[in-house]
Each structure stands twice: as C-alpha cells, then as structure tokens.
Write a protein that binds this ligand. Structure first.
Ligand code: AMP
Length: 305
C-alpha cells in the first residue's frame, strides 16, 4: 500500500562538531519519503521555490517517489539552519525561514485523496489539519512535530494529535508539550490528549512506544555519528513504510516497524544531508535488522523447580 506524506522540502545549513554544510537537501518530507521508499510507494505533497534545483527532483524521482503533489512556486525554498554540540541529541535551531511555506495551502491531488497511510511530517499544525480534512478515510495516520510548533501552535497541534494513530516526537518535545519531566508521566498526559499510540524518540538512547503496553528499542550502537538531522523523519519513514508494506498493525508488526525505523535512522546519521540514504542498499537494511535482533535478544528465566 502506498503512503501519502505531507511536510517540508528544504535547504538545510547544518553545523556539527564534525563538519558543516550549507544549503543542502533537507526537509521533513524529504527524509521521510526517501526512507519509506525503501519499503513501499510514496506520494509527496509539499512546496518548493523556483531556486530548487532539478538534481534534487531527479533524486526523489529515482527513488520512485511520486511528485505530482509537489508544487513549485515563485520565491525561495524553506530554509532551516541548525547546530549540534557534542550532545548530538538536541538540535539548536539558529534560523527558520518559512519562505514559500508561508503562503502554502496543501492541496491533495484527487488521486491521493483515498490514501490509506498518511504521514503528517513536521509542518505547521494548521496545515496538517487542512490535509486531514482532505484525505477521506485513512486507515493509519501518523504525525510528527517540533518545539517550534509546540511553542507557537499548541492548540492546533492538540487537534491534530486527537486524530492521529501514531504521534511521533522526541523526548524534549514530549516534555515541552506535557509539562512533565518524567517521560512515563509525559506519555500518559499526551495519550490523554487523544493520540492512540505515542512514540518517543530518544536519539542515541533509542525509542519508546506507549500504547496499552510499552515497548523499548535501543538505538543501533554506532562508532561514527556525523549528523543527526533528519533522524526522526527517517525513523518515521522506516516505521510507516514497513507498516504500509505489510498492513500488519499487530503488536508484533508494530515492534518490527519500530526496529526498521531505528535501522533507517541509524544509517541516516552516518553522513550529512541524505548522502547515506543515497547509497543505501536493501541488503544493508536487512543485515542491520538482523544485527539489531542479536543486539537485543535475551533468554527468559529458566523455569523454577
Ligand atoms: P529531524 O532532525 O528529523 O527532526 O528533522 C530535520 C528536518 O526538519 C530538517 O531537514 C529541516 O529542514 C526540517 N525542519 C526544521 N524546522 C522545521 C519547521 N519549523 N517546519 C518544518 N520542517 C522543519
């Protein structure tokens, strides 16, 4: 089953302790779509300016991503500038230039309106609501956000959360949104806002999934982490891509999807921008999935006499 993603397509300028890049390909929808494209067909809805180069569109097409919903309009493409210190878990936003996103009204092409799997990647929650109103009967809705929108649009965001099957945020955002520092308490509060399942990304500490049960997955232990930008979106792409490719929403299916998401994110942080995803092969994904299983597998207690 294909996935519909609505989010940002961007130029990013990023500084980490290991290097610096200017105006490289980024954006929440770009990372999500590329990651999900390893599992299933992806339809992308976003906007770019007239400065967006053909080579980036070519790359997205080469991943079989359907760009009929990508609008090109006069003006500048969305630009995000961020910085990471040695604690790579927390991005510091230096600049956000919404540019063409400022006047963007997402219009879902009629051929996408029956989408069964919908991901509302990180954009203005009011735009996320507009999208929800245009997609007829989605089977699975996942939604992401960030501190910028929690601070400026929390009421709209809560409306989005109420309609989401999976709400995917990082731990800082979970604390900010709930006003709780303990993550279990934060999760309970956010589930009370109406999300059916809450997934909290914890950078190098892995992922927690809260629903009627709790599931924890570590992050894949890597020696080289270059740039965490897009890790969250790449995680969400692997997670939703796997779910859409199997249709399996059982607890076991969700756990496998969490691990596929973690595998995809672990590759993405190995290089700047989408460089690592550009060279990634399916056999590498499968191999890392198997390594993940070995990493976390342990035996139950022997039966007591
Ligand atoms: P992540 O590191 O997974 O949280 O996502 C990073 C991506 O989000 C970057 O490529 C940015 O271009 C994009 N981004 C940053 N701020 C915003 C924002 N306010 N709205 C939409 N996308 C954003």
């Amino acid at each position: 089953m294909s996935i519909l993603v609505v989010g940002s397509v961007a130029f990013d300028s990023v500084e980490t302790p290991f290097g610096q890049v200017e105006n490289v390909l980024g954006g929440s929808a770009t990372y999500f779509a590329t990651s999900a494209s390893f599992f299933t067909d992806v339809n992308l809805v976003a906007v770019v300016g007239d400065d967006f180069p053909e080579e980036h569109l070519e790359f997205l097409r080469s991943r079989n991503i359907d760009l009929r919903g990508l609008t090109r309009t006069s003006g500048k493409t969305f630009h995000w500038k961020g910085k990471y210190g040695y604690d790579l878990n927390e991005a510091q936003t230096l600049e956000t230039h919404l540019n063409v996103f400022e006047s963007f009204r997402p219009e879902i092409p009629p051929e996408y309106a029956d989408a069964e799997y919908l991901i509302l990647a990180n954009i203005d929650p009011d735009l996320q609501l507009e999208v929800l109103n245009q997609v007829k009967t989605p089977r699975v809705v996942a939604c992401d956000t960030m501190n910028f929108w929690i601070a400026s649009k929390s009421e709209s965001l809560k409306k989005v959360i109420q309609r989401a099957d999976f709400f995917i945020i990082n731990e800082g955002e979970a604390r900010q949104l709930s006003g709780e520092s303990n993550l279990v308490k934060a999760a309970r509060k956010i589930l009370d806002f109406g999300a059916k399942t809450l997934i909290i990304k914890r950078g190098e500490y892995g992922v927690l999934m809260f629903r009627s049960s709790v599931f924890a997955a570590p992050a894949y232990p890597l020696e080289e982490v270059f740039d965490p930008t897009g890790a969250g979106d790449t995680f969400a792409g692997g997670f939703m891509g796997y779910l859409a490719s199997t249709g399996d929403l059982s607890d076991d299916g969700l756990r496998r999807a969490i691990v596929f998401g973690s595998v995809m994110a672990s590759f993405n942080v190995e290089d700047f921008s989408l460089n690592r995803l550009k060279s990634l092969q399916h056999r590498e994904i499968e191999e890392r999935y198997r390594n993940f299983k070995n990493l976390t597998h342990f035996q139950g207690l022997p039966l007591s006499k």
